[in-house]
Write a protein that binds this ligand. Sequence first.
Ligand SMILES: *Cc1c(COP(=O)(O)O)cnc(C)c1O
Length: 353
Amino acid sequence: MEITVKRTDSPKKKPDWSKLGFGKIFTDHMFECDYDPERGWHDARIVPFHNISLSPACMVFHYAQEMFEGLKAYRTEKGDILLFRPDKNIERMNNTNERMCIPKVDPDFALEAIKTVVKVDSDWVPSLPGTSLYIRPFIIATDEFLGVHPSKTYKFVIILSPSGSYYAAGINPVKIAVEDEYVRAVRGGTGFAKVGGNYAASLIGQQKAEENGYAQVLWLDGIYHKYIDEVGAMNVFFKINGEIITPKLEGSILPGVTRRSAIELLRSEGYTVTERRISIDEVSEAHDAGKLEEMFGTGTAAVVSPVGELYWGNKKMTINNFEIGQVSAMLYEKLTSIQWGKAEDKFGWTVKI
Ligand SMILES: *Cc1c(COP(=O)(O)O)cnc(C)c1O
């Protein structure tokens, strides 16, 4: 499918690249494409960034039939632009679509759409250390209908947002609170799909954690309130007595591209990584026995985020003296070196635009 390009006549003033933050600044253009049963996905276009006009009866507003993705474009020292494993985001996008009864998108076409919009806004890919261009593809149900049924029409949009260095002040361990009242997802539900509804369900736990001075929530499984699922928007890893453990994918956890890359990288470095159920009691006991060596989260935004304190019930567990662990530091260094094109990409993970 051809993607038409209509450029803006009034480009925005570029931001102060040293003060980008996250998710507040948007580029000059966006990708848009529509779906109906007769034409399938059609009218693929890059257009100036604009507000979308929709009927208040649109299904997405009432029943949350929608999906999203998140990945980044990185500027290398030579000035090239790299994507990191976009095929994995696109594969996950179609897994989410299937769960949400949204029509799938041809993977080659989705990659072309991402590449084209980033190319058109390539002067928005920042180059200061640690900065990148965040790419947010999403699909919404657009039928004007209040009945509960999959929509017949959809809109696929990609917006872009230059984002600042997550660790402008250096990598800092975060404090995480275990949530044992609310749950985020259950097996059979939508935990493995990247959908807004999961985040809507998580807000109250996140708010509770923040009120108590914690950055994010560690979610437990929805049935036993015992096994560890993940942290906010990150997958989670533990190093206990030399073994690296991450919860296995059983349907309630989002299968992160960073999680998968971390597992593959650690194994290639000779570490043993086990994907299995791990209970909060096991983590707590390992802590008390002095065997909880490291804990860290993985996700596109922060790449690797060491956890320095875990709060569960009335217990505060300090991990690795609130310092960055050796595995966390190594992973962060290796992954970011590949993403920004500083190290040889022996896995073939990056895609040049
Ligand atoms: C996106 C996301 C992640 C991280 O996935 P990456 O592909 O590594 O960015 C983890 N958990 C949740 C709930 C997410 O939405």
